[in-house]
Design a protein around this ligand. Structure first.
Ligand code: ATP
Length: 295
């Protein structure tokens, strides 16, 4: 198999996670039990996952000029992600997620910070400079106009674009039409097609729309019928990042020329393995691990 060249456009952040017996009321201070910093952001997660799976990955994104920005860049480097197109924005904070795990649930405040600087102009410039790649991947933690620009440009230059429409927001018909692959989960899929029944949407966008269904796997229509490609049974530790791993693996397999069915099986295998480890990036498998799991 050739080593595919993939551009990932998207967010990167540092997740600051505290655990506490209970969450503070307004105006109250409580003592927490632990603190951890883990790199995250859907764009960064997908870039790291694809690099671990053997793709040549070029990240197109922005970080701040704070210490988190440096940590995010170090994490890309440690995972073999190319960062020539990651811009460090002066006087900006990096994207951060402030997470309190308490009483069996989490509360999260996200500050987009430098991720708002992933503008249409920046993406256009970067993709033009990068030239020749097999696939572009993008998600929805960057401005809506940026997604539109990426979709238009890729369509114009004939490079397939995989849009993971997460987090959920409505998207225009132009984006649906010009993207090569759409990979919502069931909740996101419900927001995409103006009330069109999902089975009808699958048929209309056959071989383009792939709806992930957690442990069940992924559903699509191949033009002659609807199929559920089952995932693999595993012992679940933490499902964070399952969707990101699925997208990275699906994109990598498609970009290296595998057919759809094989790519979906590869993606299910990689994503199922990712839920056996802690944190979004913690459980992301390498190519060797996935191949072994498929053997
Ligand atoms: P998340 O937001 O948790 O990252 P998501 O909601 O975007 O995930 P899901 O549909 O939950 O996406 O999962 C994506 C893929 O991950 C599934 O299609 C499947 O391949 C795999 N997966 C998720 N959960 C499990 C599980 N419990 N067991 C096996 N595979 C799983």
């Amino acid at each position: 198999m050739k080593k595919p060249k993939i551009a990932v456009i998207g967010s990167s952040s540092m997740d600051l996670v505290v655990t506490s017996k209970r969450r503070p009321l307004a105006g109250e201070t409580v003592l927490g039990e632990s603190f951890e910093m883990v790199p995250g952001g859907k764009g960064a997660n997908q870039a790291v996952a694809a690099a671990r799976l053997g793709a040549e990955v070029h990240m197109i994104g922005c970080v701040g000029d704070d210490t988190y920005g440096k940590d995010i860049l170090d994490n890309f480097k440690n995972n073999g992600v190319h960062i020539g197109y990651v811009k460090q924005i002066t006087n900006q904070s990096s994207g951060t997620a402030h997470i309190i795990l308490a009483e069996g649930d989490n509360s999260i405040v996200v500050v987009k910070g430098a991720n708002d600087f992933v503008t249409p102009e920046y993406v256009n410039q970067s993709l033009t400079l990068l030239k020749k790649f097999d696939l572009v991947m993008i998600q929805q933690e960057v401005p809506e106009e940026t997604v539109l620009e990426a979709v238009r440009l890729c369509h114009e230059i004939g490079v397939p674009l995989l849009l993971n429409p997460a987090p959920a927001r409505a998207i225009s018909n132009e984006v649906v039409d010009k993207a090569a692959y759409l990979t919502p989960n069931e909740h996101e899929a419900g927001m995409l097609f103006n009330g069109l029944e999902l089975s009808k949407a699958l048929e209309k966008y056959h071989n383009k729309l792939f709806i992930t269904e957690g442990a069940a796997g992924v559903r699509y229509h191949d033009g002659s019928g609807e199929h559920l490609v089952p995932s693999f049974p595993v012992k679940v530790v933490d499902t964070t990042g399952a969707g990101d791993t699925f997208n990275a693996a699906f994109g990598t397999a498609i970009a290296e020329g595998r057919d759809l069915k094989e790519s979906l099986r590869f993606a299910n295998r990689a994503a199922s393995m990712s839920v056996t480890g802690f944190g979004a990036q913690g459980g992301m498998p390498t190519r060797e691990e996935v191949e072994k799991g498929l053997a």
